[in-house]
Design a protein around this ligand. Structure first.
Ligand code: HEM
Ligand code: NAG
Ligand code: NAG
Ligand code: NAG
Length: 512
């Protein structure tokens, strides 16, 4: 069967009756793009993505197309990684610098653009490529391409290295040396279901780009094996609570935050910052290599079980871990399952986000029985703590993946990490100062957030420039009991701020 993606979108758009001047002009520019991309043969019988039960499914192509038409979003012009969340199976981050801008621009247009995977393409197996490719640029990369327009994002413009102290990192000593500075011009994200596919695509892309780029650094990510797929290295299921995007997510789950497309996509409804026209439908990509000290974290839990009647020591340790995250390993929220994991609840996306931290008869600002104020998910999304209805300013689309090997028997026995592992953290937003940067520095690291007057830095992802962190609220029998963390179980190895442009921006601005 011959399959053309050319026919699909316009037909649905027309059928849905949304033909405004805006849509038709966009339709024209993307049909020009599609023309260049040619007719695609179905290449896959099996998805390149994972889809753990606890995470909401991606919308179907039909549902996403209908939602997008209503919101005037063009999913053919948005790079595929921005809206799909934490569903990658294997992913390679390839950081490069541009050695010859003239040559790079030519290759970007002729060889790379046709390989860039769109959002639409990822939504059905029949249009997925063997290996998905996305590309993003740092400020120094845009400068190398002689792009002088300011994108309107100060954090991006300065680069992540400049932001290190603000993020709570203890100086550059733990930074991967290639991230220290502004040497990295861009990153290519290669995603597939097998390593071989990725390696082949990398070889093709390297051949095409030749000497126009220099490889600076790579990080290989992979979903954890077997039933741990979707879980981060401490063991907790991840990627459950990403916001529903107006114009993309067809049916938001109960309790899922619904945000304007412009909180993730530049230039869309809800993004009020003045930007150059070509930046529309791009998104800022925050990359962080966050090492996780798993044996050390496990020892800490073993050594500090929560003592409650009816709990074994092991259950008390499990409870401490769950309260640090705000969810059990299965994904069940402690706010709904306060003492024991509930895997059925965890696996059900219609229930596992359906909470606000508010309980009848309990005073929200003082009662930490159900969920500590310092819990990772409460620090990064305070739900009813801030307002009801929930504020929608500070949301990110998380799209990271674990990296590094499973914990070995010897490492576990020695309570000491020998081989680095962690989270290749990726977050998309239209404004880094409202998204990742805000969450990390104003929320997670701030002992006075969200209910001032008590001390609680996030014991999980919060940072205090390497100094010990005092966390209260973890023990449900005594909220005031401080637990002092002398080890950071999550260690920032640095990263960079990037901009993931639309396909038309690559075609019409970045490659010319
Ligand atoms: C190694 C570091 C990290 C690990 C292991 C980790 C792990 C997790 C886990 C297990 C969840 C619960 C699953 C879910 O609700 O989707 C979660 C949620 C979340 N994390 Fe992280 N995380 C890390 C770093 C960060 C950082 C640096 C940020 C941002 C500054 C962040 C922002 C969030 C947000 C926004 C949520 C969803 C909260 C909600 O909507 O309820 N995480 N993370
Ligand atoms: C950059 O590439 C162009 C086109 O391939 C070539 O003409 C030029 O000599 C190169 N410049 C340098 C400094 O290598
Ligand atoms: C805190 O809230 C729980 C219900 O979530 C309630 O059982 C408990 O009595 C409350 N504690 C205080 C001190 O208000
Ligand atoms: C590892 O930590 C556990 C829990 O504290 C302890 O029982 C064990 O002796 C430690 N092992 C080593 C080698 O230190």
């Amino acid at each position: 069967m011959k399959f053309s993606i050319r026919g699909v979108i316009p037909t649905v758009v027309l059928a849905a009756g949304f033909v405004s001047a805006l849509v038709s002009s966009r339709q024209e520019s993307t049909s020009a793009l599609k023309h260049r991309r040619g007719t695609l043969q179905p290449r896959r019988t099996k998805s390149l993505l994972i889809n753990p039960d606890a995470q909401p499914d991606l919308p179907s192509l039909e549902a996403a197309t209908t939602a997008a038409s209503a919101a005037y979003l063009n999913l053919d012009d948005i790079q595929g990684d921005v809206l799909i969340g934490m569903k990658k199976n294997k992913e390679l981050f390839y950081f490069f610098s541009i050695a010859n801008a003239t040559e790079f621009k030519a290759k970007l247009a002729s060889d790379i653009l046709p390989l860039i995977t769109t959002t639409t393409q990822l939504l059905s197996v029949s249009t997925q490529p063997i290996t998905a490719l996305n590309i993003a640029f740092s400020q120094s990369g845009l400068t190398a391409l002689s792009i002088t327009d300011a994108l309107g994002d100060p954090a991006f413009a300065a680069g992540q290295f400049y932001d290190l102290a603000n993020l709570g990192d203890p100086g550059p000593k733990n930074w991967v040396k290639q991230f220290a500075g502004t040497r990295i011009h861009g990153v290519m994200l290669f995603a597939s279901d097998t390593q071989v596919n990725i390696d082949n695509e990398v070889a093709d892309v390297e051949l095409a780009l030749g000497d126009s780029i220099t490889k600076v650094y790579t990080l290989q990510g992979a979903a954890r094996p077997g039933s741990e797929a979707g879980h981060e290295h401490f063991g907790f299921l991840d990627g459950i609570s990403n916001p529903a995007i107006d114009g993309f997510t067809a049916s938001p789950m109960p309790g899922q935050a619904v945000v304007a497309s412009g909180s993730i996509l530049v230039g869309e409804a809800g993004d009020y910052v003045p930007r150059p026209a070509w930046a529309k439908d791009g998104s800022f990509l925050v990359f962080r290599q966050l090492a996780q000290l798993v044996p050390e974290f496990n020892k800490f839990l073993t050594d500090n079980p929560i003592i409650e009647p009816g709990l074994t020591l092991q259950e008390g340790s499990d409870l401490l871990g769950a309260r640090m995250v705000g969810r059990w390993k299965s994904g069940a929220p402690v706010d709904l399952a306060p003492l024991f994991d509930d895997p059925v609840l965890g696996a059900d996306p219609t229930q596992n986000n359906d909470f606000t931290f508010e309980h009848p008869g309990s005073i929200l600002a003082i009662n930490q029985t159900s969920c500590p104020f310092s819990a990772h998910i409460r620090k990064t999304r305070p739900r009813a703590d801030l307002s009801t209805p929930e504020e929608t300013e500070h949301h990110i689309m998380r799209a990271g993946i674990p990296y590094g090997p499973e914990v070995g028997k010897r490492e576990a026995a020695a309570n000491t990490t020998k081989t680095e592992r962690g989270l290749a953290f990726v977050a998309y937003q239209s404004n880094i100062g409202n998204g990742f940067q805000f969450m990390q520095s104003v929320w997670a690291n701030n002992p006075d957030f969200v209910h001032p007057g008590q001390t609680y830095i996030s014991g999980f992802s919060g940072a205090n420039a390497g100094a010990p962190r005092v966390v209260t609220g973890l023990d449900p029998t005594d909220f005031t009991k401080p637990i002092t963390l002398t080890t950071d179980f999550v260690v920032s190895r640095g990263g960079e701020y990037f901009f993931t442009p639309s396909l038309s921006a690559i075609a019409d601005t970045l490659s010319v």
